[in-house]
Design a protein around this ligand. Structure first.
Ligand code: ZN
Length: 486
């Protein structure tokens, strides 16, 4: 749903800052661990003391290159670091080391769902390396009433992924961010956490008369910290900018901020042009040269990406697009599911049963945090439960009960099923008596069945299952009912 009046079209481009999951900072060997005592993970380099020289982190470069390759970007053999000058209290150097006219990577693309069952391609303009600033803390601890600066985060490696203005709605933007985030998480280069700011997004947005190919004046909305707020901020801006256009009002390009309490964007500052940053090549770092063999070796470490995984699950195993989406929402969920799948590979019936069970039971209690997901059981236990169903030892309903007993433990489902006396009633003589009873008690339905309404068999199966509290073997009951009903 979009609130764009048909006479206007929104033009949206996103800039994403992603924190790389390296052990150490971008230009020094300080650890990137968070939650440490303020100003304990610092050194002369990240404090910006005079005379301290930066040394580039090879692990960060490798992570950036793998991201570029996953996003179909060209990796430039030679790129240059540049100083981006700011004055902020949490940036003691007075500049950030970034890349400007020669980034390490350009011209990529990302496929996103178009909301109508198809896909659309969004261009990636460039990816470049950056470093994070520190953090200003206001009125905390013994500094009540004052502001203090924690520089533990200063120098943390970032990549900035600049997207082309190919997005046309809030839905597009959220779809793009979700696809981008799942790729970074699958590559294990970023933990995808918007709330904690390790995956941050600035939204550039303008509106123009529908059919026009020129860009309107744009605004930038800074650091929106959830997918929901990105959606709301864009809808809000589209409505606001369309209103201004209707009224014939013009404005200067500027930066805004999402105000969660007021559910609106508010003016922050007039946007700096790149001239204001006084970019110049970083004199303390040589150009970054990425030789081809190293890049080719990194290409081999790019795992199967979520889109490819979804295609494999739907086309080779017949899962629905929805199931594939849920089961690949996190790479560790996909890995869990595939471990269950591996017990009977290339069996679509098994895939369907495993998908249903993992989605309805296991995922309800799986806890995702960053790159890790904690599951209440192991894939091995799920395989055992489902094998018991396939073998006819327990019913589908009993499988759920059994799962309730084993979750959170390392117990063997087979042992527990025995202990609890769970067994599907597969004794034909016992079941046939029950079938006869149910048919006798429901003459109307029996008549309907005999008159050709064979669908009523479901009713009888249900009655027998009820009598046995779900422990009857449903396939056997079905056969016996057909016999009894003649
Ligand atoms: Zn340092």
């Amino acid at each position: 749903m979009s609130t764009v009046p048909a006479r206007y079209e929104a033009v949206i481009g996103l800039e994403v800052h992603a924190q790389l999951l390296t052990k150490t900072k971008q230009f020094c060997s300080c650890p990137t661990t968070f939650g440490a005592e303020p100003n304990t993970a610092v050194c002369p380099v990240c404090l910006g003391l005079p005379g301290a020289l930066p040394v580039l982190n090879r692990e960060a470069v490798a992570m950036g290159v793998r991201t570029a390759l996953a996003l179909d970007c060209r990796v430039n053999e030679r790129s240059v670091f540049a100083r981006k000058n700011y004055f902020y209290p949490d940036l003691p150097k007075g500049y950030q080391i970034s890349q400007f006219d020669l980034p390490f990577s350009e011209h990529g693309k990302l496929e996103i769902p178009d909301g109508a069952g198809g896909a659309k391609t969004v261009g990636i303009t460039r990816i470049h390396f950056e470093e994070d600033a520190g953090k200003n803390l206001h009125g905390v601890t013994e500094a009540a009433g004052r502001s203090v600066v924690d520089l533990n985060r200063a120098g943390t490696p970032l990549i900035e992924i600049v997207g082309e203005p190919d997005l046309r709605s809030a839905d597009d933007a959220v779809a793009y961010l979700k696809r981008l985030r799942e790729i970074l998480v699958a590559l294990e280069v970023n933990d995808g956490n918007l709330e904690e700011g390790s995956f941050r997004c600035d939204v550039n947005i303008s509106v123009r008369p529908t059919g026009s190919t020129q860009f309107g004046t744009r605004v930038e909305v800074k650091n929106v910290n959830s997918f929901r707020n990105v959606h709301k901020a864009i809808e809000h801006e589209i409505a606001r900018l369309s209103g201004l256009a209707d009224a014939g009002e013009t404005f200067k390009q500027h930066t805004r901020q999402w105000d969660d309490e007021g559910q609106r964007t508010v003016f922050l500052r007039i946007k700096e042009g790149s001239d204001d940053y006084r970019y110049f090549p970083e004199p303390d770092l040589p150009p970054l040269i990425l030789d081809r063999p190293w890049v080719d070796a990194l290409a081999k470490t790019v795992p199967e990406l979520p889109d490819a995984r979804r295609r494999r699950l739907t086309s080779a195993l017949g899962l629905t697009a929805y199931d594939a989406e849920v089961l690949t929402a996190h790479p560790k969920i996909g890995d869990f599911f595939e471990s269950v799948l591996a017990a009977h590979p290339s069996d679509p019936a098994w895939a369907k049963r495993a998908a249903n069970f993992v989605m309805t039971e296991v995922l309800a209690e799986a806890q995702a945090h960053g790159l890790t997901v904690t599951f209440p059981v192991t894939p091995r236990q799920i395989v055992e439960v489902l094998d018991l169903v396939t073998a006819g030892t327990i019913s589908g309903k009993q499988a759920k009960e059994l799962y309730g007993f084993i979750k959170g433990s390392s117990a063997s489902p087979t042992e527990v099923a025995k202990e609890k006396g769970m067994a599907q009633v597969s004794d034909a003589a016992v079941l046939e008596q029950l079938c006869q009873k149910v048919v006798d008690e429901n003459p109307k339905q029996a008549q309907a069945y005999r008159g050709g309404k064979t669908g009523t068999i479901g009713f009888f199966v249900g009655q027998v299952m009820k009598l046995t509290q779900g422990s009857a073997n449903p396939a056997l009951v079905n056969d016996l009912l057909k016999k009894v009903l003649g």
